[in-house]
Design a binder for this molecule. Sequence first.
Ligand SMILES: [Zn+2]
Length: 77
Amino acid sequence: MSVKVGDLVRMDDCYAIDGGSLLFPCGCPLCANKSSRIGLVLQETEYKDNWSMLFDFGEIVFHLGNNDFDVISGSAD
Ligand SMILES: [Zn+2]
């Protein structure tokens, strides 16, 4: 799955490495900010698959791997 500028994506929930529930609160920006996890793709950075995205708590750069997110609204192009 790939994204492009203007897409709305939802980052997957955070899980423990074994796929189970987290035993302690996750410290990632999405969890720490109790984000809706829905972000707007702003632009790709100079690093492949690293995208600048706007979330409800602000702008942040995320590496978007194939299984880390769902596109919920694609931009028209
Ligand atoms: Zn997290």
